[in-house]
Design a binder for this molecule. Structure first.
Ligand code: ADP
Length: 449
């Protein structure tokens, strides 16, 4: 190595910091450093441009909450409790590429950003906040989403028709088939059902990614609502004594406090979103718990949050898989899950729904040790609940009055599927059976399967 080179290596100091400064001044990503007291210690030019903090004032020394103001993806002003940036800076909660809208201080415009917080763990308690403009990314994703949404929509209809025809073929009242053909058709029916569910999930996910489905908040009492939603699964839980189900318990045992008068906990949520969340968590608990296991559901007030848990004694999730299960299409791949059908979209959608209502979802589990999924949502006080109920009732009365004044034409009922008007489909069958599938009443049965 030449002396010249060695000299360069031992004296990088000033060059190094000059280069760091050059990089921070030139990049398009915003970088802000805040100290333990929440005061801005450093802000690079890209961040200054994006936040548009009052042009007359220096953001250095200002409160970061006044400098970086966020709205949710859905355009909702985030309260301090729901704001993931504040939770990350104040409570050290992780924040990695959270998508939200940055409110520009002077013009009031919104920029879509992905925002992260890095805890540098130094003595001053500094945190580095980075954010990047994701407008172009969202545009490209929008085009992709549009394509997936159209394709899933178009494909759902023929798949529903195939599923309907297969049901007809499998129904002894409408078709006579031999035992081997029955087995093949059952496999085809299960596969078409899986495909139908995949398209439906894809459609839901693309609509949700697109921001087309916004929550409609209404005040509700959570314990009663979740109990009702969970109890709807009793028949499936009890079928063939599959699993023992208990409502109102966290760890399987109903404690003295569980047995006292049930707690009343209020929240402002979208009931349809909540139904989807519970459907996904309860269907998973049922799917991933072998026969003879147990499932418990509980709801309780936890300070200013409502905490729901769905616990099962099923196959559990390994530490490696836990960090990915809320991602799109992720399915844990092991000998247990391979046997169980799924699309890997349910928990992704569930997380989207929870976050759209200002909540959080997480799981505690270990492989072979069962799982507990937690959903935490902002809670409202009894007074707040009563106030919102009055507003809701007034809105309903107003809507009823409008409806009475201008009655809308009644929608016609949609025709039931399948509607086989053509000769019954003859899917290509492997020629392994002597007796062909015989469909007795293939034409126009009015969709009765
Ligand atoms: P899927 O359609 O595959 O069930 P989800 O998005 O609902 O998709 O779940 C993602 C993955 O998380 C599943 O494939 C499974 O590996 C794991 N998982 C979800 N819920 C449970 C559970 N209650 N017990 C064990 N594993 C679970």
């Amino acid at each position: 190595m030449s002396i010249f080179k060695r000299k360069q290596e031992v004296q990088p100091g000033s060059n190094g910091s000059a280069l760091s400064e050059l990089a921070l001044n030139s990049i398009n990503d915003g970088v802000v450093i805040v100290d333990r007291a929440g005061k801005v210690r450093f802000i690079n030019p890209a961040a200054k441009r994006m936040v548009e903090y009052n042009s007359m004032l220096d953001p250095i020394g200002a409160d970061y909450k006044d400098v970086i103001r966020l709205e949710s993806k859905e355009g909702r002003e985030l309260s301090e409790q729901e704001n993931p940036l504040i939770r990350a800076v104040m409570n050290n909660e992780p924040l990695d590429a959270f998508r939200g809208s940055l409110i520009m201080g002077v013009t009031g415009k919104r920029i879509p950003v992905a925002i992260s917080v890095i805890d540098v763990k130094d003595l001053a308690g500094n945190k580095i906040i980075t954010f990047r403009n994701i407008a172009k990314e969202l545009e490209e994703e929008g085009a992709q989403t549009e394509f997936i949404s159209t394709a899933s929509h178009e494909m759902r209809t023929p798949v529903a028709s195939i599923e309907g025809y297969l049901s007809l073929a499998l129904n002894p009242q409408t078709a006579t088939i031999d035992e081997r053909a029955h087995g093949y058709l059952e496999a085809a029916h299960a596969a078409s059902k899986h495909l139908g569910k995949l398209f439906q999930d894809l459609l839901d996910v693309t609509k949700s990614d697109d921001g087309k489905v916004l929550p409609k908040f209404e005040p509700v009492e959570m314990v009663g609502l979740i109990q009702q939603m969970s109890n709807n699964y009793c028949a499936q839980f009890n079928q063939d004594n599959k699993v023992n189900y208990t409502f109102g318990a966290t760890d399987g045992r109903l404690s003295a406090s569980d047995l006292r008068i049930a707690q009343v906990v209020y929240a402002s949520i979208d009931v349809n979103f909540m139904q989807e969340i519970m459907d996904n968590l309860l269907e998973n608990a049922l799917k991933y718990t072998p026969k003879g296991g147990s499932v418990w559901v509980n709801v309780r007030g936890d300070g200013d949050r409502v905490l729901i848990n769905v616990t099962d004694t099923g196959i559990g999730i390994s530490a490696d898989d836990i960090q990915h299960i809320f991602q799109k299409f992720y399915r844990a791949d092991n000998s247990d899950t391979r046997e169980i059908g799924g699309t890997g979209l349910g928990l992704y959608l569930t997380k989207q729904r929870v976050e759209a209502m200002g909540g959080k979802i997480w799981v505690e589990s270990g492989f072979g040790e069962g799982s507990t999924f937690y959903v935490s949502l902002p809670r409202i006080s009894t007074e707040e609940y009563e106030k919102r109920m009055i507003v809701k009732k007034n809105q309903e009365q107003f809507a009823a009055m409008q409806q009475a004044r201008n009655p809308q034409p009644q929608p016609q009922p949609a025709p039931a599927t399948p509607q086989p008007t053509q000769p019954s489909p003859q899917p290509a069958q492997p020629q392994t059976t002597n007796q062909p599938v015989q469909v007795n009443q293939p034409i126009n049965n009015g969709g009765q399967i």
